[in-house]
Design a binder for this molecule. Structure first.
Ligand SMILES: C[S@@+](CC[C@H](N)C(=O)[O-])C[C@H]1O[C@@H](n2cnc3c(N)ncnc32)[C@H](O)[C@@H]1O
Length: 193
């Protein structure tokens, strides 16, 4: 699913070549998306994770990946609140696997608008399991490039079933596709009042 979504993004005429983009996983969990991103020719791959235990596991996963020679892009894990992240210069691709509810999503978009003021086109969002899609829509600073389902692979299904087997409260369900969207930052000057 990750690879399918990135292929779609590459067809969307990003502002620069992939090797000029920093990939930022906003809510990186145990780092799975970071590992997949590191196999691609991004300038760098950064993960932001609030939960200390998850960030620790992610760091271990990055080490295993590097040792296995699978990481092509440099990777960095940042433990902390994504709302406080200092976004790097240059084009950024933010990956959000439904990390926030409505309130935090709104605050995240505000923080992004501040960081990317005057930098129209330099920020793209890959939004997976896009439960707060409407929050991005009404924000007005982003142009939607794609909305639809992206097929999941057998590997996705296996990973999901393992998670579901270990969840006591039955929070997660599995399906053959994920609802996704791709957005491009067009700048505060285009925002609705
Ligand atoms: C659904 S998981 C995504 C996992 C990962 N992106 C992946 O695709 O494998 C969402 C993650 O967002 C993290 N998160 C939630 N709020 C956050 C915040 N304010 N700052 C950083 N991480 C946050 C959660 O702890 C959780 O690990």
């Amino acid at each position: 699913m990750f690879q399918g979504l990135v292929r779609r993004w590459r067809r969307s005429r990003p502002a620069a070549a992939m090797d000029e983009f920093t990939f930022v996983d906003v809510g990186a969990g145990m780092g799975r998306a970071m590992l997949l991103a590191s196999e691609l020719p991004f300038k760098a791959v950064v993960g932001l994770e609030l939960h200390p235990a998850l960030a620790r596991i992610a760091k271990k996963n990055l080490t295993v990946w590097r040792k296995a020679g699978r990481a092509r892009a440099p990777m960095k894990m940042v433990r902390g609140d994504a709302l406080e992240f200092a976004w790097p210069e240059g084009p950024c691709l933010a990956f959000l696997f439904n990390p926030f509810g409505e309130t935090v999503m709104k605050r995240m978009l505000k923080a992004l608008a501040r960081s990317f003021r005057g930098r129209g086109g330099e920020l793209d969002l890959l939004y997976v399991n896009n439960e707060q899609e409407w929050v991005v829509e009404v924000h007005g600073g982003f142009e939607r490039l794609f909305l639809g389902q992206v097929q999941r692979s057998r590997a996705d299904a296996i990973a999901d079933y393992r998670i579901m087997a270990n969840q006591p409260e039955g929070e997660y369900a599995s399906s053959n596709a994920e609802d996704c969207s791709i957005w491009r930052w067009v700048g505060s000057e285009r925002m609705r009042r």
